[in-house]
Design a binder for this molecule. Structure first.
Ligand SMILES: Cc1ncc(COP(=O)(O)O)c(C=O)c1O
Length: 220
């Protein structure tokens, strides 16, 4: 048996991988389980997107190495999306990097900024990947509380009392999973101020921005 790297030892199986296996084991023909446990897309992409992918996949020149930061047309489309959705102007060359998903971004940002022993602030309750990735990078995970009495907002008073001097990244996730809480512009500004005061990076993981939300907000 070849021993695993030390960094893997603290990393547990992905929460949903374990939980969904448990759900599958309970699902029988006599007692079918309706799984409300994970929000997986149940609509196909737009037909135009599928047609375009199908045509492009058949072209001989579509299968080589791709541009390292995404083709210009895609980055321009993302820039337009940010402009119309959030009123945020981004530079397509230096401020946009297409990814395969949020998890890849969470991993890469952590690897780019966090040294072993640095602290990372993550929300409780919150998306489990922030903790797993931080542990993989050898960081110390520190949680901050979201409180039901604050309509699941951040307990800023408790957060300000913590020693934040070793914090390198604070993960925020508004609209929040699992509570659905949306942050106001004022709350976002307070967070940015806290990050500036304590000299850490703040990242808003924002996949639910357009769901049941009339006023999508970017932390930028
Ligand atoms: C808050 C949050 N961030 C990121 C992800 C993962 O996103 P992706 O599938 O793009 O890696 C999820 C998926 O459940 C999520 O809830």
């Amino acid at each position: 048996m070849i021993e695993l790297a030390a960094r893997i030892k603290d990393v547990e199986e992905y929460y949903f991988s374990k939980k969904l296996a448990e759900v599958r084991s309970l699902d029988t023909a006599e007692l079918p389980v309706i799984n409300l446990g994970i929000g997986s897309p149940d609509l196909a992409p737009n037909k135009a997107a599928i047609d375009s992918l199908t045509i492009t996949a058949q072209k001989a020149n579509s299968h080589g190495y791709q541009n390292y930061k995404g083709i210009p047309a895609l980055r321009e489309a993302i820039q337009k999306f940010y402009q119309t959705t959030y009123r945020v102007s981004l530079n397509t060359e230096t401020e946009i990097l297409p990814l395969m998903g949020s998890k890849e971004g969470i991993m890469h940002i952590t690897l780019a900024f966090v040294n072993e022993g640095d602290e990372v602030l993550i929300p409780n309750p919150g998306y489990p990947t922030y903790a797993s990735v931080s542990k993989l990078a050898g960081a110390k995970v520190m949680t901050y509380e979201l409180k039901e009495s604050l309509d699941w907002g951040i307990d800023m008073e408790a957060l300000r009392k913590k020693d934040l001097s070793r914090v390198k990244i604070m993960w925020v996730n508004f609209p929040h999973m699992p509570t659905g809480r949306i942050a106001s512009r004022v709350e976002m500004s307070e967070l940015v101020e806290l990050a500036r005061e304590n000299n850490f990076l703040i990242v808003n993981d924002n996949p639910y921005s357009l769901i049941l939300n009339d006023a999508p907000l970017s932390i930028l």
